[in-house]
Structures are given as C-alpha cells and as structure tokens.
Design a protein around this ligand. Structure first.
Ligand code: SF4
Ligand code: SF4
Length: 341
C-alpha cells in the first residue's frame, strides 16, 4: 500500500484541486482530507457521510458556581487569564430560574423597602437564586492546564474532555473518504490529522486498496508533520513566485528531515517561466524529482463552480494534470528506489 501526500508551502497553490483530480485518475483510492483547519475537498467530491464522530482532545475547566465559596484562588492562579469574576448582574444571569424555585418576578428587588443590597441578596439566596459571587472561564482562553481544578478548595471546577471538532467517513463517487472539521479556535489539529490518516489506512487495509491519497495542510507546522511522517511520497505543489520558491525550500527541507521522497510540481508555470526554471533547479538540487508543470487555466475555476474535478472537465490543463499523475505512477513502479511502500 502506498500513501501519496500532496502538500504546499502555503495555501491556495492548487493542492486540493490536484488531489481531487488524482482521486479520479487513481484506481479507487482511499482519500484523506488532512487539511483539517480549512477542509474543502468535500466541495468537489460531494461525500455522503456514513459515520460521524466527535473529536475530543485535551480538557477544559468549567466552574460550578453553586459550589463556589468565592475564595478567588482560580482567578489568582490561572496564568492564561481565562478566569473572570463576574459582575453582580452577570452573576445573577448564571443562575437561571429553571435551576431554582424562583419565578424570576423581580419582586424581591422591587419590594424591598430598605433597598439594601445585602437584604436583597439574602432574599434571593433564600429563593435559591442569589449568589455572593460567580466566576466564569473563557473556553477559548483556557489551556486545560488543570491548575485551578487542582487548587480549588471547594472542588467546584469540573474538568471535562474538550470537544474540538468532528471527523467523518464518507462514500464518494471515487471511493471512500475520511475527512474532518476542527472547531472554531480549537487546537490539536496535528492529533486530528493523525487520526484521519490512521482511519484512512484502516479502511485501505480492510478493503484491500493499494493507494491512500492525502490532501495535506499547507505550511511546515505540526499538522504538516503529522500528515507526512511515514508517507511513501510527498508531492509539493508550488507556484512560480518568490514566496513560492521560498516556501518550497522550507517544505523540501522538512521532507528531507523526515527522510521522505519528494516530487515537485509547478502550478501556473507559464505566468513566470524563468522562475519556474529556478524552482525546478532548486528542487533538483534538494534531491526532489520534477513531476511536471501545470499551465494557468481559468478552466480550474469553472470546474470548481461545477463541483467537479478538473480532469472531469475539458479544461486545457487537465492534460497537464494527467501528465503529472503519469510521472507519479512511474515513480510508484520504481518503488524499489523511489518510494517507500
Ligand atoms: S477556586 Fe473554586 S471556590 Fe475558589 S473562587 Fe474558584 S471556583 Fe470558587
Ligand atoms: S485549567 Fe488552567 S488555563 Fe484553564 S482556567 Fe484553569 S488554570 Fe486557567
């Protein structure tokens, strides 16, 4: 079984369009969309979800204000500024009428002749509504370190598993697909990428598929490392620009570091043929193979608008993509000295 990972130094180079086209050209591969921060392969492959799972990672502190004794330790100890002491008004809102016998009529506030806050509080507390103080934890600022939980003298802080997103197994017109969606501001995308790859491999083994196609994340960070380690081959898609050249150098150095064979494809090569030559020269010197060039073609946008892969249309660059695929297939045959299997 081979695993081909398509990556790029930055987003928007055509990586996903290429992955989708390869998925059509290959012999029923298992497709893994590991660009979990901005997944969009589903827009072209129109998956029908057959399994959906929560992605839990890390923990998040949540204060039970009913048990809080207002010691202030959590506020003082949290190094991430995630704990907030609520104003009286906000504190009132943390206690909903559904939780108590209170009917939320405001009579206690309006009828108290002395208008002394303490008395009002006592009345409210007698009704199970008032609180001396309330705290709240900003879920996006909480790093899940657990310090507040450990030191809360009242044991008033829950430390629940954090739901960071979801992952799915789907059926598409080209075969099975594993994909995911990371929650807003959620972290641990590297862990989710590993999970998606693991599931894709499990399905490929169970169904006897020979190829896993991975749409990797852009850049060189943790999610990229999680998507390429142990792969048979990475195909780096780049554009003929100064930043494209710079990003390519970084990605190729990452592939070299992890000892993964690399190939390079220049997308929209004809917008700057001179830079394309330079990029290919750099790629060769860095030990990568040249998988081919793809011309600039508005047909790519038209294909996207029709929710089809480029090779399913009559776009001129479809021929270039087929040629790149053939180059990669040749490398696949040369597994002994080209790809890790
Ligand atoms: S540490 Fe516990 S008891 Fe003290 S303020 Fe925080 S939640 Fe309340
Ligand atoms: S778990 Fe850590 S980061 Fe989160 S609120 Fe408590 S002390 Fe702050």
């Amino acid at each position: 079984m081979k695993e081909l990972v398509i990556i790029s130094g930055k987003g928007g180079t055509g990586k996903t369009s290429l992955t989708a086209s390869f998925a059509v050209l290959a012999d029923r591969p298992v497709v893994a969309d590991c660009d979990v921060d901005a997944a969009d392969l589903h827009l072209v492959l129109s998956p029908v979800i057959s399994e959906r799972h929560e992605f839990q990672s890390g923990r998040q502190a949540v204060i039970r204000n009913a048990d809080c004794i207002d010691c202030g330790s959590c506020l003082e100890l949290c190094r991430f500024g995630a704990v907030m002491r609520l104003t009286e008004e906000e504190a009132m809102r943390t206690c909903t009428p559904e939780e108590t016998d209170c009917r939320d009529c405001d009579h206690c506030e309006r009828s108290c002749p002395l208008r002394i806050r303490v008395i009002i509080r006592e009345l409210q507390q007698a009704a199970g509504m008032g609180r001396s103080a309330a705290y709240s934890i900003d879920p996006q600022a909480c790093e899940g370190c657990g310090v507040c939980v450990r030191f809360c003298p009242a044991g008033a802080i829950d430390f629940n598993e954090r739901i960071c997103g979801e992952w799915m197994i789907s059926d598409t017109r080209i075969g099975r697909m594993v994909h995911a969606r990371l929650g807003v501001a959620a972290e641990n995308s590297g862990k989710l990428v590993s999970l998606v790859r693991r599931e894709a491999r499990r399905i490929a083994e169970a169904e006897g598929r020979r190829l896993i196609l991975v749409d990797g994340p852009p850049g060189i960070g943790c999610p990229v490392i999680a998507s390429v380690t142990g792969a048979s081959l990475v195909l780096v898609v780049t554009e003929p620009t100064v930043s494209g050249k710079h990003d390519l150098e970084r990605v190729l150095s990452l592939a070299r570091h992890f000892d993964i064979p690399a190939a390079v494809c220049v997308n929209k090569w004809d917008i700057n043929p001179e830079m394309t030559e330079q990029i290919e020269g750099e790629a060769r010197r860095a030990g990568a193979r040249i998988a081919g060039r793809i011309r600039y073609d508005r047909g790519v946008t038209l294909a996207q608008l029709q929710a089809r892969t480029v090779v399913e249309t009559d776009a001129a660059c479809a021929e270039d993509i087929r040629n790149v695929w053939k180059q990669l297939a040749i490398q696949e045959e040369e597994a002994e000295h080209g790809m890790r299997g």
